[in-house]
Design a binder for this molecule. Structure first.
Ligand code: AGP
Length: 610
């Protein structure tokens, strides 16, 4: 989704801003622009399409200056063209603004400003904000005062960066509901919506909280609330290096991230398994363990892939912790007045920790008195900071828009949580020890599955021109079917559906013919016999069958057209293995169709608008 980069210092701003924008490309965008203060004037250059188009136009109209802002836009209000691209300037060109989020009352603001003589030339909500700031930036007001005054009138969400031609030594940034971080360098400062944009320059950062404004001059940063109260913020160190956000020899981030999973699964468990006691230790929720154990109800709320991980979490927690669990789409939760029992605990699960719907669900649950625990990947994200307790995934930055390694880490963390709760309730030590041993064996098993990538590539060749796919699984592997289908549709644009296998006969079976590939997750577990009957039903209707099966199951190859084997494991841990071939299948199919797997059309890595 939209990206923000700002710079103030002694260096030429444009190359720094462009480099930052490129590091944000993965978030998804459809136009890009920069504004630089050059010889007392703000000059704006913007282009629809990729950053390379912006670079080309900058090669012809070089912008040089030591203060600037830059943006990648993911269209919400107005088509993705040059006019609607950010930065936006006020009617007089005195100030320039970049904005992530949505100004909900922009129409009211616009109408009022128009009656005061302001002219509007874009379809964006942002133009209303920049002109509102201009309206307050009169009669001796400073830019800071004008921004604060304007923001007090705004309904909606924003992460903004603003510059003025009359204050060449000031960069203002503010946030409500859309992440922003301020980076401290040597006599230079940066603003970004994501630390990846500035990590090449500094690792010392301060995260803005909602309703905070940063007033950055050439020698210091002051952070205040929008109501003008100074806030003492701590400077934090970014814990990862540049190589973590580079492709390291892989063709795509997605492939790199799929291949990294033996390591990321290991990292999700690192220091958290107690082998002799047969349990797990989760430091981030230790102080809230009692609320969790006595909670009459556990809610899991998330979106997309994280929602699929939550479904697996529901099965695990009900089986092992014996607590009633509800899984809620975060986007639905906030609007449907859900019943939250006294003492309930909600886990919000999110790779980015910034998904707008998930944040809203979190707020709603808090409002209704629930404790909220976060499970997220991005350190310092809003969910990480605003939850009562939490567990990090430690999967490292996930750049590919299609989530892969974060999913397996989420499932891993949920399985650790289930083990921990079960051991505190009714699971005996020897069973706990067996589980710990099996968990420890997972990274090697994932490695083994990844070695089957050539076979998966061959299968992809056979089916990459299909129009539709069906994914079927049961029990713990039903959410894996949903996730496999989501991966395929996200990056290859093939229509794919996931179903619990037994539901097939209630409708989807009508779709089966010789052109329909059906992916069955048919591992040797409690649902195996049932799912083989479903395979027969598809075979009887000439459907093409790709089965994910357990090593040693020779029978299944008599029924399926293709079999991808995975090593055996405990039933509740199978999703961590079964999803791997499905990620690879989606990846290879998308490549064969010539799709941009890392930045699929219309998608954003972190969906920070409602
Ligand atoms: C996954 O491949 C998606 N791109 C998307 O569904 C994602 O999982 C969803 O937007 C939630 O994101 P989050 O985990 O960062 O909250």
């Amino acid at each position: 989704m939209c990206g923000i980069v700002g710079y103030i210092g002694n260096k030429d701003a444009t190359p720094i801003l462009l480099e930052g924008l490129k590091r944000l490309e993965y978030r998804g965008y459809d136009s890009a622009g920069v504004a630089v203060l050059t010889n007392g004037k703000i000059t704006v250059e913007k282009q629809p399409g990729k950053i390379s188009a912006l670079e080309q136009s900058l090669a012809q109209n070089a912008l040089s200056g030591k203060l600037g802002i830059a943006h990648t836009r993911w269209a919400t209000h107005g088509v993705p063209n040059q006019i609607n691209a950010h930065p936006h300037t006020d009617t007089t060109g005195r100030i320039a603004l970049i904005h992530n989020g949505i100004i909900e009352n922009y129409q009211t603001i616009k109408t009022k400003l128009e009656s005061n003589g302001y002219k509007f030339s874009t379809d964006t909500d942002t133009e209303a904000l920049v002109n509102l700031i201009a309206e307050y930036y009169q009669n001796g007001s400073s830019l800071e005062e004008a921004v604060r005054a304007a923001l007090s009138q705004v309904e909606g969400t924003y992460g903004i960066a603003v510059i003025s031609r009359d204050e060449p030594d000031t960069l203002i940034a503010a946030r409500r509901g859309s992440p922003l971080v301020v980076g401290m360098g040597d006599n230079e400062y940066f603003v970004a919506s994501d630390v990846s944009a500035i990590i090449n320059h500094t690792k010392d950062v301060t995260y803005l909280d909602d309703n905070e404004i940063a007033i950055i001059t050439r020698d210091k940063v002051t952070i205040k609330t929008i109501d003008n109260l100074e806030v003492d913020k701590k400077i934090e160190k970014i814990a990862f290096d540049l190589d973590k956000i580079e492709k390291s020899g892989y063709d795509h981030f997605m492939l790199k991230e799929i291949m990294e999973q033996p390591q990321t699964i290991e990292d999700a468990m690192r220091g958290r398994l107690l082998s002799e006691e047969g349990t797990a230790r989760l430091g981030g929720i230790r102080h809230e363990m009692e609320s969790l154990l006595y909670a009459p109800q556990i809610l899991l709320s998330a979106c997309g892939t994280s929602w699929h991980a939550s479904l697996i979490g529901e099965y695990m927690l009900e089986e092992f912790a014996r607590t009633p669990v509800e899984v809620e789409y975060a986007s639905e939760f906030r609007y449907r007045d859900p019943i939250i029992e006294r003492g309930a605990v909600m886990f919000v699960i999110s790779q980015s920790g910034e998904t707008a719907d998930t944040l809203a669900a979190m707020k709603e649950a808090k409002r209704k008195g629930a404790k909220v625990f976060g499970i997220c990947n991005v350190v310092g994200s809003t969910i990480a900071r605003e939850s009562d307790a939490g567990i990090y995934l430690h999967a490292g930055p996930e750049i590919g828009v299609a989530s892969t390694k974060a999913f397996t880490s989420q499932v891993m963390v949920l399985s650790l949580l289930s083990l921990l709760m079960a051991r505190m309730r009714n699971l005996g030590a020897s069973k706990g020890i067996d589980i710990v041993n099996e968990m420890k064996a997972l990274p090697k098993k994932v490695e083994k599955i990844l070695q089957t990538h050539e076979l998966i590539k061959e299968i992809a060749k056979e089916y990459h021109q299909s129009q539709n796919f069906l994914y079927l699984g049961r029990g713990y592997n039903f959410p894996v079917a949903l996730e496999g289908a989501l991966k395929l549709k996200e990056i290859s644009y093939i229509h794919a559906e996931g179903y619990p296998a037994a539901e097939m006969k209630h409708g989807p079976i009508a779709l089966i013919d010789e052109n329909m590939p059906v992916v069955f997750i048919a591992t040797k577990d409690s649902t195996y016999e049932k799912i083989t009957s479903n395979i027969e039903e598809v075979k009887a209707r000439s459907g093409r069958i790709i089965a994910i099966a357990t090593e040693g199951d020779e029978e299944i190859s008599k029924r399926a057209d293709h079999v991808i084997y995975i090593p055996p494991t405990l039933e509740f841990l199978t999703p961590i293995l079964t999803i791997i071939p499905l990620q690879l299948l989606a990846y290879y199919i998308a490549i064969l169709r010539g799709c941009d797997v890392d930045q699929p059309r219309n998608l954003a890595k972190s969906v920070t608008v409602e």
